[in-house]
Design a protein around this ligand. Structure first.
Ligand SMILES: CC(=O)NCC[C@H](N)C(=O)O
Length: 136
């Protein structure tokens, strides 16, 4: 059993600030907890746009607070996002995330992030390392 608290986690290195200056994210659960996922509370700052393209991860994003939109680049479609909405990047969809107000999002990544990833220029995180010492 593991119990953590958001405000306490924000006082530790679980709080990560983006190099782009457009978001921060508190990694409440990471891959080393043992599940094949990680769980984050992410704040997307008001008035910003972030280019994201998770080529190696599946991500589900639930909006708790704040409004914005996602533009999927393959089709130019704009998806308004408000509290209560979930968007699911089931196709590794390349997108722009725009926040009209600061958005508070609960994000689940599969496979889970280790916490050391940085957003690369193409908007992705590197693939999870294969643990080849793990028994099959
Ligand atoms: C919604 C989204 O993917 N924002 C970027 C940050 C990401 N949630 C993370 O925690 O690394």
């Amino acid at each position: 059993m593991i119990v953590r608290n958001l405000e306490e986690a924000r006082q530790t290195d679980r709080l990560v600030k983006s190099e782009s200056g457009t978001w921060d994210s508190t990694r409440l659960s990471l891959a080393d907890d043992g599940g094949n996922c990680s769980f984050h509370i992410t704040r997307i700052y008001a008035g910003t746009e972030t280019h994201i393209h998770y080529k190696h991860h599946f991500e589900a994003v639930y909006c708790i607070e704040g409004e914005g939109e996602v533009e999927t680049l393959a089709d130019g479609k704009i998806w308004p996002i408000k509290p209560g909405d979930i968007y699911i990047l089931d196709q590794h969809d390349e997108h722009l995330l725009r926040a009209h107000e600061t958005m508070h999002l609960a994000c689940v990544f599969t496979p889970g992030l280790t916490g050391k990833e940085v957003h690369r220029e193409d908007g992705s995180y590197a693939p999870a390392e294969v643990d080849d010492k793990k028994p099959l």
